[in-house]
Design a protein around this ligand. Structure first.
Ligand code: WTA
Length: 637
């Protein structure tokens, strides 16, 4: 079992130890896991390459650490507590013993379909226990899973399947979200038209809706698992063998396939879970994220299960049947740790405190947030109305790339400050650099957030594109990993994340590249070009503002185009990427060399044109005036 820090003094001591000798620190942490063969070197690294390897030549299987290694005490303990979308449908409690059986059965199913070590398996499923089974079954046999969030469109799903050259796709007939039913399999059918690599598609029956099954390719989950045994030996993996790929947005239109490996990710996800949530055996832990995102991978599946935790998994939405749903669940299962996104808190806050009243939230011990900066109002509402002033809030900063939490308070240990992620976890060495890459030392400084030493959970490459990996994370500043975030270190040395400094926006905690949205808009037949920026949005954190240049108008006029552009983006990327504002403009502000001056557009979308900065390099200065006049928000001059 990994070590848990108990006091502030303990944290400081552990942190210092981890910085003085990171290799020894992580080796000690890794010792508590079950390895088939021990590593012969802890770390090899070079940020120029870049090349990072942890626990070299160590052999293991992550599922042996979840199951075999703890089964003698955990067999009858719940691993997954599943709450369905509809509160009137019965949930499921699946013990470690039962989950182990399901995982082995499905691992054998994958094998029977020809999946082996190193093959990619794409997963496009709703939040049902079989999703967790799917991930772990891949890990059991050494196949690399690539989960695609089930809110993505057919086009986005296809793009990810093609990039990873996945052999098998796991999905369901449909899914429930509140009162809506989503035709998952129809979306899959559309996507698979362009995916040559897929040999089989396994379909879990969730809604029972009529769907089409393609002969020879599609198989029902319940039929497929009947044929195989419930025993499956774990494949012995190298510590550096890939465990999964997870696509995320970057500053170009093409999503990046973040690659995480087995040994380092295991150690890091478990260590951070245990400490950030101060999890104790017997606690019930509830993370509201979807497993389609990294938060679900690290803090619903791997981190909790590696620590023998009882992880609650929720299929539905926070506002159905009413905005008290999360709190009903907390009361029903006596949840001890609750982890969610600021955007969810802001929307619940806006719907009124009456939905919290009368709910017994006395089981709660720790509250967490992730995914975007939390504003002070939401922080206080969370603290007062949910935590009743007794639960510490952990504002956890991290990224798909980092594999696990990097900067966060330890609950009940680190004194918190609203909207501050506070201090780095042991083993993490953040640095702040200015635009030229000069490190800003001391307190009360602001700049770009980088990390100057590797940690076990960090990404190792981008699938199929190591050069893009180097360029994206290691070329802006010498010898450091660049996060893409702006940060401030205050007078107490506490970190406050300020948001992205690149062309990535964070909409309701979903990461989106502005270029991705632009590509989607530009597919519209009447659109000539477009520029997309984020702007402050009271619920979503950031909203999407698109400036669009059209060749001609259709019969619906400007309004018609606006609506159809929004629809086109929802269709091409997914409903969560639908722009909030679409302004039709005669042209975009560009430099003489043709580069769009996004800084100006960002200011206009923020409603503040009082200081547009240097506009002398603009090809056509008048265009700015025209855009301001037609802006969809009030613009201050
Ligand atoms: C942002 C989510 C402020 C940040 C785990 C980061 C945050 C991006 C926080 C990664 C936080 C995440 N405070 N901002 N506590 N946590 N972010 O890859 O901009 O979906 O770079 O990973 O979310 O988003 P991703």
């Amino acid at each position: 079992m990994v070590n848990k820090i108990h006091t502030l003094g303990g944290y400081i001591h552990e942190y210092q130890k981890s910085i003085a000798n990171p290799e020894q620190f992580w080796a000690q942490t890794a010792e508590s896991f079950y390895w088939r063969a021990k590593w012969d070197k802890v770390l090899e690294w070079d940020f120029k390459g870049p090349n990072v390897k942890w626990f070299i030549n160590g052999k293991l299987n992550i599922t042996e650490n979840i199951f075999e290694n703890q089964l003698f005490v955990q067999k009858d303990v719940p691993a997954i507590i599943w709450e369905p979308n509809d509160p009137n449908e019965e949930g499921k409690i699946i013990t470690y013993g039962e989950l182990f059986e399901e995982v082995q059965r499905f691992a054998n199913t994958l094998k029977s379909l020809g999946v082996g070590k190193g093959d990619r398996v794409a997963i496009y499923m709703p939040m049902i226990p079989e999703l967790t089974v799917a991930l772990l079954a891949c890990a059991r046999i050494g196949a690399i899973h690539s989960v695609v969030f089930a809110g993505f469109s057919a086009t986005s799903l296809a793009e990810r399947i093609i990039d990873a050259e996945a052999k098998v796709l796991l999905t369901s007939d449909g899914s429930y979200r509140g009162l809506k039913k989503i035709p998952i399999k129809d979306i899959v059918d559309e996507a698979l038209e362009s995916c040559k690599s897929i040999e089989h598609c396994v379909v879990y029956k969730r809604t029972g809706d009529v769907i089409s099954m393609k002969e020879g390719r599609d198989i029902w989950w319940h039929d497929a698992i009947n044929e195989v045994s419930t025993q499956c030996e774990a494949e012995v993996m190298d510590a550096e063998d890939p465990l999964f790929i997870l696509y995320t947005s970057g500053s170009t239109g093409k999503p990046k396939g973040i690659v995480h490996t087995t040994g380092g990710y295991m150690v890091y996800s478990a260590y951070t879970f245990k400490n950030v949530f101060q999890y104790s055996i017997g606690d019930v832990y509830f993370c509201t994220a979807d497993i389609g995102w990294i938060t679900g991978h690290s803090y619903i599946v791997y981190g909790p299960l590696l620590c023998g935790a009882q992880a609650l998994m929720f299929e539905g939405v926070p506002t159905w049947p009413d905005p008290g749903r999360f709190w009903d669940i907390v009361e029903k299962y006596k949840v001890n740790q609750f982890y969610t996104a600021p955007t969810a808190l802001r929307s619940l806050l806006a719907l009124g405190a009456e939905h919290v009243e009368g709910k017994d939230l006395s089981s709660l011990k720790v509250l967490g947030t992730v995914g975007e900066p939390i504003n002070e109002e939401a922080w206080h509402w969370y603290h007062d109305h949910i935590g009743k002033n007794r639960c510490p809030i952990v504002d956890t900063w991290w990224q798909t790339e980092t594999g696990g939490v990097m900067i966060s308070p330890l609950p009940g240990i680190t004194p918190t400050k609203p909207s501050f992620a506070t201090l780095p976890l042991p083993g993490i060495q953040p640095v702040i650099v200015d635009g030229e890459g000069k490190e800003l030392l001391g307190n009360s400084v602001e700049g770009n957030l980088c990390v100057k030493y590797p940690w076990p959970g960090m990404l190792r490459t981008l699938w199929g594109d190591h050069e893009r990996f180097r360029k994206t994370y290691f070329s802006s500043f010498d010898d450091m990993y660049f996060t893409g975030d702006g940060v401030k270190r205050d007078e107490d040395g506490y970190y406050r994340i300020l948001g992205r400094v690149d062309d990535v926006i964070n909409v309701s905690g979903h990461r989106l590249g502005t270029a991705e949205v632009e590509n989607a808009i530009n597919e519209h037949p009447l659109v000539n070009e477009s520029a997309v920026v984020g702007y402050p949005h009271s619920i979503k954190g950031q909203g999407i503002y698109a400036f669009v240049v059209c060749t001609e108008f259709s019969t619906g006029g400007e309004e018609g185009i606006r609506t159809s552009v929004k629809k086109a983006v929802a269709k091409l990327i997914g409903p969560f990427a639908r722009p909030d504002m679409v302004q039709i403009v005669p042209g975009l502000p560009k430099t003489r060399s043709g580069k769009i001056m996004r800084r100006i557009l960002r200011k206009i979308a923020e409603g503040d044109a009082s200081n547009l900065g240097d506009t002398t390099t603009l090809l056509d200065e008048d265009i700015v005036e025209v855009i301001i006049k037609g802006a969809l928000v009030d613009v201050k001059r």
